[in-house]
Design a protein around this ligand. Structure first.
Ligand SMILES: Cc1cc2nc3c(=O)[nH]c(=O)nc-3n(C[C@H](O)[C@H](O)[C@H](O)COP(=O)(O)O)c2cc1C
Length: 149
């Protein structure tokens, strides 16, 4: 079975909620999923997974949280097939800084699909957006790995 690693950082729970919806959707699409909360427990090895789905909130004027930077450094190489989601709040600098950590991470990993940006909690109207994005991740991965005859 194809196994995806979801690794996310969350302080107040919003990014964790997105991670949960991503997990549910990947499972419903037939993927195997492992979830790692960044900064807690042993460091997973992305090499053991088909893809890394990385989630981060944004901090301090568009900054990436230190634990996420450490996680990226600890991986020690740049995995392919990285998909990024983030939560943020437009009141902290408008569209320019909204979910800026997710945008920077997606650029760093040269992610093939645009990062998902969620304003605060995904529950309610934004839940559909998370589900659609997660399905897009699976479709992209499947397209990339389709057998070529
Ligand atoms: C001090 C502070 C600074 C923040 N700076 C930004 C920011 O620059 N850009 C942004 O989109 N969100 C910013 N946020 C909003 C958080 O990213 C948002 O609340 C996020 O959903 C928190 O994620 P978590 O609940 O998973 O910890 C900031 C929040 C705080 C408290």
């Amino acid at each position: 079975m194809v196994s995806f690693l979801i690794a996310y950082a969350s302080w107040s729970g919003n990014t964790e909620e997105v991670a949960e919806i991503v997990e549910e959707t990947l499972l419903s699409e037939g993927m195997d999923v492992a979830v790692h909360r960044i900064g807690i427990g042993p460091m997973p090895d992305p090499r053991q997974f088909a893809a890394l789905v990385l989630g981060s909130f944004t901090w301090d004027k568009g900054a990436t949280p230190e634990e996420v930077k450490d996680f990226v450094a600890d991986i020690g190489y740049k995995p392919r097939n990285v998909y990024v989601f983030g939560t943020g709040d437009t009141q902290f600098g408008g569209e320019d800084l909204f979910c800026h950590a997710a945008v920077k991470l997606a650029r760093f990993y040269e992610s093939a699909i645009a990062p998902l940006k969620i304003e605060q909690s995904p529950r309610g109207t934004q839940e559909k957006k998370v589900i659609e994005w997660s399905k897009g991740v699976v479709q992209h991965w499947q397209h990339l790995h389709a057998l070529k005859y």
